[in-house]
Write a protein that binds this ligand. Structure first.
Ligand code: SF4
Length: 116
């Protein structure tokens, strides 16, 4: 294997399962970290997370108990759905698509129907 390929695979695997992260495993051993930042945040889906109170009394959406997005089968389905939307876009357009919260929540529902 050439060095450039090895470097690439190191980067890739560090995203997929980032065992060098100080928080790993933040949910369960063997989890995938592809969606370290969840594209659905805040999903407001009571089956997955909940609002909690900060010290100042304001509310924040907590994903502490959401294992769903870190499951390999779920993460891959989410990736497939997002790739369908961004495949012919440039990077700025891709990010704009990810910022479309309504669209992201539609993807979440679609994937949730398939992989529970
Ligand atoms: S609860 Fe789960 S799916 Fe919802 S925003 Fe948090 S990590 Fe994403």
């Amino acid at each position: 294997m050439i060095k450039m390929a090895e470097d690439f695979f190191r980067k890739l695997f560090n995203i997929v399962i980032n065992k060098s992260c100080p928080y790993y495993p933040c949910h369960f051993d063997g989890q995938t970290c592809i969606w370290c930042f969840c594209p659905f945040y805040p999903c407001e889906d009571q089956e997955l997370g909940k609002y909690i109170e900060r010290k100042d009394g304001s509310k924040v959406w907590s994903c502490e108990n959401c294992w769903w997005i870190h499951r390999e089968d779920v993460a891959c389905e989410v990736l497939k759905e997002i790739l369908k939307l961004v495949k012919d876009k440039d990077i700025d357009e891709m990010i704009e698509i990810l910022k479309d919260h309504k669209l992201m929540l539609e993807i979440k529902e679609k994937v949730k129907e398939r992989v529970r």
